[in-house]
Design a protein around this ligand. Sequence first.
Ligand code: AHR
Length: 335
Amino acid sequence: MRSRKISKIIRCILCCILPLLLLSGCGSNAGTGAGAETESGRELVIGFSQLGSESAWRLGNTASMEQAARDHGFSLMMKNGMQKQEKQIAAIRSFIAYQVDVIVFAPIVENGWTNVLQEARDAGIPVIMMDRVINIADSDLYDAYVGPDHYMEGVNAAKFLMRKAEEMDKEKIHIVELSGTDGSSPMLRRFRGFHDLIDNDDRFETLETVSGDFLRSKGRKCMEDLLSRYGDEIDVLYSHNDAMTLGAIEVMEENGIKPGEDIVIITVDGEQAAIDLLKEGKINCVVECSPKLGEAVMELAEKMVNGEEYPRNTHPEESCFTEYDDLSDLAPRGY
Ligand code: AHR
């Protein structure tokens, strides 16, 4: 009895101190979970490799993970990959060394994960892929995915454009596209979903697709370049995220262009700032991509550890907000 108590105290100390040691110097936030016990009586520790903090969407996603971990009483060890795959791989290796219960990662790009996921598999640690997906020959090397369907987001963007085109009264509609981080699943799939619909329609011509890396600053820079190359030829901006869109809109306004009128704007995410601009008529369509994935991730983690059945894919419900909708009742976005 006494020795069980002592070993429990030792485990508690390890749970509190080791995460701090592992996380020191990496500039990340650790959750403050109370260390809830699973059915087997063991405190549940989640190792979470977040890919960066490039957008309000990403900050909302991190906050959702931290809140859900607190709600479940789990200990969350988070490392910020600062947009670098090698940092994410190093983080996952440190979680394996620590023997966390579950690894969660938001993969910055699709390729290059086989070795580290094999190491997690060899260590017997389940892996949840969150927000983005990967391209891997052996898909058994991860256990589940929680996140949006990025291909459908591209499809929804195209569907809006097809509707809008009916009232644009133009023989040719010229599109510029700000794409996300090269090689990332939202970039690849938002591109593909959109172009699968519009590329066979003669009304549309894509002048250029440039990567703004999901960053507001790069969205600004890319829009400056696109305007200098194509000027008032541009009819439509399709942007893979709100952060880049906000940067692009600044540039348009500085150049006397009316966003939403002179250039139709379609964006993805659904940050509060983008919804506000949609209501003001400066954005025409916001395709929703929800960052609020934390609760679904924690529920899944708990099921995995308890040996219960769980779904392989969990997609949050998502919507598409357009200038044709009544948005007066839309709840605050929270990101
Ligand atoms: O992976 C989701 C994307 O990543 C969001 O659209 C974007 O804002 C973030 O950077």
